[in-house]
Design a protein around this ligand. Structure first.
Ligand code: MSP
Length: 511
């Protein structure tokens, strides 16, 4: 039986068009999903859209359409964008689906049965943009007198009857969770932030709203719809078939990793485990949070007109190029800036020069000097052994980085081997050996072919299309492209197709 691996993206608000920040979370999750599949796991990769709440209702109203029509349209657009990014999700969940309503009402009943829900009255601040309640002490006052949340979102005063969740009762249990499972919140800086928030004391959480009705009805409580974050977080459990514990996907719960942006860590690392504890359900293993992308140093915003549409980026630079850039340019956990020169430099230096040329040079020499047949292994010389050992050491090193979501370091490890292979080819000069020692030339080219194969195999999760083409050119059959396939050497004289460049240089279009 394969080991299961369940990972999720946040579900995206359907209040507007998707942008690069949304694509980023999904691509990071996709890289890990593909890695785990190639590493022999039974993967369940979930993504989808968050469709209830005041923010979406308002966006629908502003667009002059009813919320269901509106969410149908925007959810389909998010899905098309996700497909265009090569994201290999297994299920696309929408919170307006019947399965989710059933599951979330049952979650509510279980939490209620545990004695952790009571009826009261909420009076306080609410930010529709964040769909979050804020305490007065968290707000700042702008020069014009308006109050804003830490995220910069405007807040409004809300006063309504509401059900509350006894979050205050979970402080110790949550702290125990962070202590006993130090990897529960990552990276460490976020874990510290979450722990100090919880140590500061938790207020009970308002979990129903009565001033609008675009949400899941609270069972047996006319007029109340569920707070959109309770509804949204539960998507992860719905998709596993909750409450049917004989559902085909129930065995995937609990999630191995929830991918989230730093802005929504509190919901996932505090509220979500507390809801699950109350409902008596197992807790996720890890909430891994990433930093934000800004554009040329500026926050993306509609008013600045610098919001980046992921599909446009792909049209300009290519899909795998963008996937590579996003994972390589900044560490997962920190913020990073995106700019045209930065993207072009990654494409031209690392993809076109380092990797593309290495493969093209090696494969052209095999085509020209070895009749297009994969050479046999020769008597290994010291430099051959050094390079092959470095390539063999990659899988465990990269695996460790993937498990910690240090994607840029995984790529750096792989690039160390690519750079070493470039130094090796320059030093061994197989083009010169063609005139002096054909046996040694063949042996050198075989070392290069094996090294490039390992590199291309490990890069498949990051750049699936280009690496499939590279593995085609190296004559690697489909059934040997998983990581366990690396243990099987390809037979000498495997016929290789004529080499073709995989990564063209980016050239500025003529003005
Ligand atoms: N609907 C909630 C999530 C519910 S999960 C149970 C939500 N949606 S969102 O559409 O606003 O954001 C989804 C994700 O996109 C978040 O992880 C957020 O961090 C990410 N990003 C939005 N803008 C971003 C950048 N500029 N850069 C990187 N990621 C950012 O929150």
């Amino acid at each position: 039986m394969k080991q299961t691996f369940f990972l999720t993206t946040p579900i995206y608000y359907v209040n507007g068009a998707p942008h690069i920040g949304h694509a980023y979370t999904s691509i990071c999750a996709d890289v890990l999903a593909r890695f785990k599949r190639l590493d022999g796991h039974d993967v369940f990769f979930l993504t989808g859209t968050d469709e209830h709440g005041q923010k979406v209702e308002k966006a629908a109203h502003d667009a002059g359409v009813d919320p269901q029509t509106f969410t149908d349209r925007i959810s389909a657009d998010f899905r098309a964008m996700t497909d265009a990014m090569g994201v290999s999700y297994d299920d696309w969940i929408r919170t307006t689906e019947e399965r989710h309503k059933r599951s979330t009402q049952e979650l509510w009943r279980r939490i209620a049965a545990s004695g952790n829900i009571y009826l009261g009255h909420y009076e306080g601040w609410y930010a529709v943009r964040d769909e979050a309640f804020y305490d007065e002490t968290e707000l700042t006052t702008r020069p014009d007198g308006t109050k804003v949340a830490p995220s910069g979102a405007p807040v409004e005063w809300v006063r309504e009857p509401s059900y509350f969740f006894k979050l205050s009762a979970f402080q110790d249990k949550l702290l125990e969770l962070y202590e006993s499972q130090p990897d529960f919140v990552a990276p460490t800086s976020r874990r510290n932030e979450v722990m100090s928030f919880v140590r500061g004391g938790l207020l009970d959480l308002s979990i129903s709203r009565t001033t609008f009705n675009w949400g899941i009805p609270v069972p047996d409580a006319p007029g109340h719809v569920m707070y959109v974050w309770l509804d949204a977080l539960n998507n992860y459990v719905t998709a596993c078939g909750f409450p049917d514990d004989t559902a085909p996907r129930w065995h995937y719960w609990p999630a191995d990793v929830h991918f989230v942006g730093k802005d929504i860590i509190r919901f996932h690392a505090v509220y979500w485990p507390a809801f699950l504890m109350a409902a008596g359900l197992p807790l996720p293993r890890r909430v891994s949070s990433h930093g934000w992308w800004v554009v040329e140093g500026e926050k993306m915003s509609k008013s600045l007109g610098n919001v980046i549409e992921p599909r446009k980026l792909v049209e300009t630079y290519g899909l795998d190029q963008i996937r590579y850039f996003l994972l390589r340019e900044k560490p997962f956990g920190t913020d990073g800036s995106m700019s045209h020169p930065a993207i072009v430099s990654r494409i031209n230096v690392e993809l076109a020069n380092d990797l593309g040329n290495l493969a093209q040079r090696s494969l052209s020499l095999i085509a020209r000097n070895c009749g297009g047949l994969l050479p046999a292994h020769g008597e290994p010389a010291e430099p051959d052994l050094v390079l092959l050992a470095a390539a063999d050491a990659l899988l465990p090193a990269v695996r460790g980085h993937m498990d910690r979501q240090t994607f840029h370091e995984a790529l750096e490890e792989i690039w160390k081997v690519i750079r070493a292979a470039n130094a090796y080819i320059d030093h061994q000069a197989p083009w010169a050996l063609n005139k002096t020692d054909k046996v040694r030339m063949a042996a050198v080219l075989r070392v290069l072919a094996d090294t490039i194969r390992t590199v291309a195999t490990l890069l498949q999760p990051f750049m699936p299309g280009s690496m499939a083409r590279m593995l085609d050119q190296l004559g690697v059959p489909d059934d040997l492209r998983g990581f366990d396939g690396l243990a099987t050497r390809l037979p000498a004289e495997t016929v290789l197709p004529p080499p073709q460049g995989v990564f063209p240089r980016y050239v500025e279009p003529a003005a």
